[in-house]
Design a protein around this ligand. Structure first.
Ligand code: FES
Length: 108
């Protein structure tokens, strides 16, 4: 369900099949970027860079690293850790799972 989410709810973002490697989705009022990693696993994280809010889904995904196109900050998409500034704050990340061929993201 999208909208009116309660704590820790799993929200489907659609089928795995045909999903782009990196794209933003709207869950409730959050924009979340969903990325397919090497080996076929998935990661979900805030689409908004913690530096100056550029959309990370427009950036480059290199392995488990998302690189913001605005000023080059780099984050680990699994942990949200800052790997390279100028961003100082970690990126919020969200658990993902696959249910019946659909990708689901747990949002707080
Ligand atoms: S907005 Fe992402 S590095 Fe500045």
């Amino acid at each position: 369900m999208v909208g009116g989410l309660t704590m820790g709810e799993w929200a489907s973002v659609g089928p795995i099949e045909g999903r782009p490697e990196l794209a933003a989705v709207l869950i409730g009022d959050r924009e979340i970027a969903v990325a397919r990693l090497e080996g076929g696993s998935w990661a979900a994280f805030d689409n908004s860079c913690t530096h100056e809010e550029c959309p990370l889904a427009e950036g480059d995904l290199e392995g488990e690293r998302i690189i913001c196109y605005c000023h080059g900050s780099e984050f680990d998409v699994r942990t949200g850790a800052v790997l390279e500034g100028p961003a100082e704050d970690a990126l919020p990340v969200y658990p993902v799972r696959i249910e019946n061929g659909e990708l689901e993201v747990e949002v707080p």
